[in-house]
Design a protein around this ligand. Sequence first.
Ligand SMILES: [Zn+2]
Length: 241
Amino acid sequence: MERWLTLVNRIPPLDLSVYGEAEGYPLMVVRSERYDPKVPSVYLSAGIHGDEPAAVEGLIRWAETSLGKLASWNWMIFPCLNPWGLERNIRLDAENRDLNRFYDSKKVPQIVAQLSLMKGRRFDVAVTLHEDYDARGFYLYEVAAKRPHWGELLCAELISLLDADPRRQIDGHSARNGLIRRKIKPDMIKGHPEAFHLHFQHAARTFTLETPSEDHLGRRVRLQESFLASTVKKLKLGMVS
Ligand SMILES: [Zn+2]
């Protein structure tokens, strides 16, 4: 939180606010103070599962080096959605819930509060950052409403840092070179993940990145960081063309 505060203080168009708390931990959002329809809108989040530290660290590191140069874009960033879990290295929250299954319900006050911040907002890209103990390399879910899809290119840019998960089936979905392109329907899963909600309500493109929890932490952090760099680069190019 200190690092985010220091960073946001250096970037005047951004604002950090606390929108709730969980077991005494503040929940923060970093947002652009003004919305400008002429520049890209981006949603980023990390740390909904507390035992996925590279996602949280990768996000802040990327922000510390890159966010200042993109200060004029429209941002909505949730740096850590489960701080209680992060400090304890536990996936669930203090009430034993997988927070990533409540995006279609009103049962969890902190998610209700998060959803109200997002109400009515559209994003060109939404990214949720994760890690996975079963992963054998990094992999990426692409839920894309918009074509052309970006998944192949984004994955290709990452393989110099860490191998892509070689499996052809990951979590029951067919995968290729670490990419899972999903078509999702509202009734597919009981309790919507954040990415489902983003896809149905807010985002033209939704990505969920997973790094392998058993790999070297530094490498996982770098991969998370450079995924964000590649995604932003792609958005920038889209603006020019
Ligand atoms: Zn996760």
